[in-house]
Design a protein around this ligand. Structure first.
Ligand code: SB7
Ligand code: NI
Length: 188
């Protein structure tokens, strides 16, 4: 299982690399990695598992964060987040997006960043996405709210982009044009 010691941190070159597309059928290794990523995000939202394994909560995790530069990530939102979504996304893409933007009013955090970085991270408010599941079946869905933001955060990881790259360096809390604020702790 994935533990915090397996997660690479800011400064590691893999976090700045463009991850590679995954081939189907999935190798045993890629299948295991996909399942481990999903297991991490599920465990990281369970108080007993957090305590037992010293996990840091996260709604998502991407393969490059465990130093594997492949286009795979997992997201998990349990019922008490008001969402109910659990997915593995392989070779994901955004096929269309709203003009309207959205940002978390508390900003974003990242399992690969050990310091708080204040500021608004502009994202698309709504995205229509496509990805493949572990069986190689393509799916398409429309996301809004925190899941839309998290999907974009994870997709960025596959392209070597960190959340703070999007923060206005002069004024981290500058108003974002045509954006809605989402009041939710931080994605953790
Ligand atoms: C805030 C945090 C996340 C997504 C969107 C907003 C995920 C945090 C965990 N990760 O570092 C995943 O890459
Ligand atoms: Ni992250």
């Amino acid at each position: 299982m994935i533990l915090m010691k397996d997660i690479i941190r800011e400064g590691h070159p893999t976090l700045r690399a463009k991850s590679k597309e995954v081939q189907f059928p999935l190798s045993e290794e890629d299948r295991k990695l996909s399942e481990d990523l999903l297991e991490y995000v599920i465990n990281s939202q369970n108080d007993e598992m957090i305590e037992k394994y010293d996990l840091r909560p996260g709604v998502g995790i991407a393969a490059p964060q465990v130093n594997v530069p492949k286009r795979i990530f997992a997201l998990h939102f349990d019922e008490n987040s008001g969402e109910n979504l659990s997915l593995i996304a392989i070779n994901p893409k955004i096929v269309s997006h709203s003009v309207e933007k959205a940002y978390l009013s508390a900003g974003e955090g990242c399992l690969s960043v050990d310091r708080p970085i204040p500021g608004y991270v502009p994202r698309y408010a709504r995205v229509t996405v496509k990805a493949f599941d572990i069986e190689g079946k393509e799916y398409k869905m429309r996301l809004k709210g925190l899941p839309a933001i998290a999907f974009q955060h994870e997709l960025d990881h596959l392209n070597g982009i960190m959340f703070f790259d999007h923060i206005n360096p002069k004024n981290p809390f500058a108003e974002i044009d045509n954006a809605i604020a989402i009041d939710r702790a931080s994605g953790e």
